[in-house]
Design a protein around this ligand. Structure first.
Ligand SMILES: [Zn+2]
Length: 376
């Protein structure tokens, strides 16, 4: 998601904040400033509530992420934005039970938080009105967050739960995904329709209608992307490294100098890296990054084998390996190229851009757990 900046890492997961989130922060804060309380107190409560709300959505996303990770579904980042939060996976769950646990964890967490704020409200009501009001608002918003995301349209949490149940009962992942994403698209269209109707029938509620329509639009887009991705996975399932690799690659010998490597391989090849091989046997890979680690005056005397990433530290694809797992490995390790090796000898190269061209669709499409908040 562009327009987001990093807040730091929590449990090794990158936390990002999208600029649109500030709109929510201001809306929530302003709507919670009660005119009959002291002005300063009102603002303190408003801002505290907004921050606790932020923490609630983050906790919801972290629950997905940590349960996902414990079930072998790595999560790269969490982004909070105007409609809620999105956890970015590097691959989909490979077991129905893993998906079920990961998807249910978010709403379960929100329900627990709702319960805790409910308790706080119960303890403070009639004693300290501002805190009681804050607690009540947070309890309802978290309960809504749980309920709303349990709507069974993929890729909402409920849609993932729905898919995992279909998947488990039929054993057919592709079919389960197609059904759940179709329902997701339908839910998206219903929200858009509902939003438009609200705007026409209750003009004073135009904002709620608009909000619902936007969520519907976002959901429809996400469901369509997930549907396409499911088709793509099915297509990709039939291909191996041999189908997607390029056999035209150059490999430099390990005993030439960095200068020679640049002159003979990097510049003519037009790539930002070169494989290194001696008599067809892969020794390593040199990237521009490796080259830059050597001062330029030493390029004439430094042999390539001293700067390359040696073969035992590389991610390597095998000729018979399926294309999907290669793509996932590249995403997970954030690498752009992988040598393809058969019996120790280089037979080709898979570059991410070639693979993407081959697939004609980006891998990250649809691999998201979007959790929408409902502020109606
Ligand atoms: Zn969720």
């Amino acid at each position: 998601m562009s327009g987001a900046f990093n807040l730091g890492k929590l449990f090794g997961i990158q936390i990002r904040l999208h600029f649109s989130w500030f709109i929510i922060f201001i809306l929530v804060t302003v709507s919670l400033v009660y005119p009959d309380w002291l002005r300063l107190l009102s603002w303190v409560i408003g801002i505290t509530t907004s921050l606790l709300f932020f923490a609630s959505v983050l906790a919801h996303e972290l629950s997905h992420s940590l349960v996902g990770r414990a079930n072998d579904v790595p999560i790269k980042s969490i982004t909070l934005f105007i409609f809620g939060g999105v956890a970015q996976m590097t691959r989909e769950a490979t077991k129905a039970s893993a998906e079920l646990k990961m998807a249910a964890a978010g709403p379960a967490c929100s329900l627990v938080i709702a319960g805790l704020f409910g308790l706080l409200w119960f303890l403070t009501r009639g004693i300290f009105a501002p805190v009681a009001a804050m607690a009540l608002w947070l309890a309802s918003v978290n309960a809504l967050l749980a309920a709303f995301n349990l709507i069974p349209g993929f890729p909402l949490d409920g849609g993932r739960v729905f898919r995992s149940i279909l998947w488990r009962s039929s054993g057919d992942y592709g079919r389960a995904t197609r059904i759940a994403t179709r329902v997701g698209q339908g839910v998206g269209y219903l929200f858009i329709l509902g939003g438009v109707l609200i705007m026409f029938i209750f003009p004073q509620g135009w904002f709620n209608g608009l909000w619902l329509a936007f969520i519907g639009w976002f959901l429809e887009n996400a469901a369509t992307a997930s549907y396409r991705q499911a088709r793509w996975r099915e297509t990709l399932g039939g291909f191996t490294a041999a189908d997607v690799m390029t056999p035209d690659y150059a490999a430099a010998p390990s005993d030439i100098t960095v200068s020679q490597l640049i002159q003979r391989y990097i510049i003519p090849g037009g790539r930002r890296f070169s494989m290194v091989a001696d008599e067809g046997r892969l020794q390593g890979v040199v990237t521009l990054h490796n080259i830059m680690s050597v001062p330029q005056q030493d390029w004439d005397i430094t042999p390539v084998k001293e700067v390359m990433t040696p073969v035992d530290k590389l991610k390597i694809a095998y000729l018979e390996q399926d294309a999907l797992s290669i793509m996932e490995q590249m995403d997970e390790s954030d690498i752009n190229q992988m040598p393809v090796v058969s019996e120790g000898r280089i037979v080709g190269l898979i570059a991410r851009d070639n693979l993407l061209r081959f697939l004609r669709i980006h891998s990250e499409l649809g691999m998201k757990v979007p959790c929408m908040m409902c502020l109606l």
